[in-house]
Design a protein around this ligand. Sequence first.
Ligand code: G4P
Length: 543
Amino acid sequence: MSAPADTSGHRVTAEIRNEAGRRRTFAVISHPDAGKSTLTEALALHAAAITSAGAVHGKGDRRGVTSDWMDMEQARGISITSAALRIDYDDRVLNLLDTPGHADFSEDTYRVLAAVDCAVMLLDSAKGLEPQTLKLFDVARNRNIPVITFVNKWDRPGREPLELLDEIEQRIGLRPTPLNWPVGIAGDFRGLIDRTRDNTYTRLHRTPGGATRALEQTLDHAAAAELEGPAWHQATEELDLLDEIGADFDEASFLAGRSSPVLFGAALPNFGVSHLLRTLIDLAPAPSARTDTTGAPRPVEAPFAGFVFKMQANMDKQHRDRMAFVRVCSGRFDRGMVLTHAATGRPFATKYTQAVFGSERHTVDTAYPGDVIALVNAQSLRVGDTLYDGPKVEFPPIPSFAPEHFAVARALDSGRYKQFRRGIAQLDSEGVVQVLVSDVRGEQAPVLAAVGPLQFDVVRHRMEHEFRAPVELAHLDYGLARRTDPDSAPVLHGLSGAEVLTRRSDNALLVLVHNKWRLKVIQRDHPTLLMEPLLAGGIEEQN
Ligand code: G4P
């Protein structure tokens, strides 16, 4: 069947609109250790989606193993792949798409941001904006994703709140509009004043280990002044200052990515987390029309369409499988629908569709715009591919990012060359690495290109354990890639410190160069040769 039995009429349209309106699809962008896993747990806890903190991410001695699906990851205590988490709260559905939390960059992280409608920028109160936060923020900005800021770890010594706001404004040009304000300096956290509710003061009591909802007590201002003393007076003075400079929430500039509502809190003891939940519900945009390749907006109530933003193989050792994570953009998804794969025009059966909740998978029968569905056995799909029902629609591809690390791959056992080829092709189609080839190097020695070096560890591990074709990876001394054309390629290929290869996925001609100084020299000596920057997180690379 290609459509559910009751698609006709206004009822379904109204249902889809209503369901889309209930959804908030977002990701947390942060630097490792800012507290993303802790915040994820706290959000789920507050929403009563799980009974005690610790069931979402398998980290340290916390229970449960979810995205940490490879032995290698566990050994390193990081999660390379991501899962989607659904949180039901107050008649709303929050879909939290996990961005990998390690210090390394991979395309995966960026792609997740192609599939969300909002981002929570999580800062450590003692550290402020850190490198990976900045990089991810750039991607969010470039995609026009509205950003809510959560300043975490307020229970620990940190920086002044005004200083943190200033850093946000000065370094990334985002106007901070605090929704709440802390009473007590970082490390001596007393409570929060809610600027959105007549400066209501909520005093917070720590709960051991943060394993249950923090106890919150609302106090009137006179009682607060008496109890908190100088801390209260300082906070109210700062609030007056904020009022004077007009740092109030402004919907238009938030949605346009020019201002960011800021919340202070502490994820570990569950301080201020419920305010973040409410903010996501009240302020984050619901799914809206997505532009297709013709430039036409596809309304949420149009027939089903979605795109693959992530591929993941071998999540479950018991069942060797390959999953495509699809962000639903329009229509209602009903399990069993036969969709069309836009890239090939072939039908795609959806009998085995799942939703992933933490470590568990559930069969999903129905999904709406904003939801993420996982299609099992999706061998034919690639990242960026569109699936649709009814008349053809295709969404623009997710840009592939500028690789900065390159290595030649060779099969260690030449008797397993067939498996080697299959494995490399598979990793290319999943977007784990980009595969570059040239006549000079030959098919036996493709060049693998990655955004971060950790991607090579993934290749090594999967080639050995999944494809049974161990590889040797020889690092190449190139640091950047540029797009070129058939006229420029032969000249560039003859220059020292440069090499031209073809990207297998789209036949683009890329020239690899040692470093930006070498690039400058080549550009100066050969100004007519094409050396076009690739997209870095959707942003023109800067040199
Ligand atoms: P990540 O996913 O962003 O990498 O960070 P994660 O949640 O693992 O948090 C990093 C460390 O910061 C953890 O401590 C965590 O307990 C702590 N943390 C997170 N939020 C808060 C907070 O609001 N207040 C305080 N005081 N600490 C916070 P760890 O000792 O490295 O790990 P663990 O043994 O607790 O897992």
